[in-house]
Write a protein that binds this ligand. Sequence first.
Ligand SMILES: [Zn+2]
Length: 106
Amino acid sequence: MLLIHCPYCDETLPELEFTYGGEAHIARPETPADKTDDEWRDFLFIRTNVKGPHFERWRHAHGCGRFFNAVRDTVSDRFLTTYKSDAPRPDLAVLIKEVAMKEPSK
Ligand SMILES: [Zn+2]
């Protein structure tokens, strides 16, 4: 079972407590009326769909109810980190190094 850490409750809980909220760090245009149809379509539907570490939004639906961000490796389905919605986006290269240092050596 997938375990997810809620940065607000500071608890690691089963995936069933959470709902996926799509890609993180997608900013809504400040003046949507100024966007072309193609720009608006891209804002609504076009996502990176990366293979590997992916920035995502999650909601602790059956707990505190708050949205937070996470970095999850889409290949291994492993969470590299979770962080509060108002926290800055982590540097991916630094994060990958930190996670590798925490892993037991083989
Ligand atoms: Zn929570």
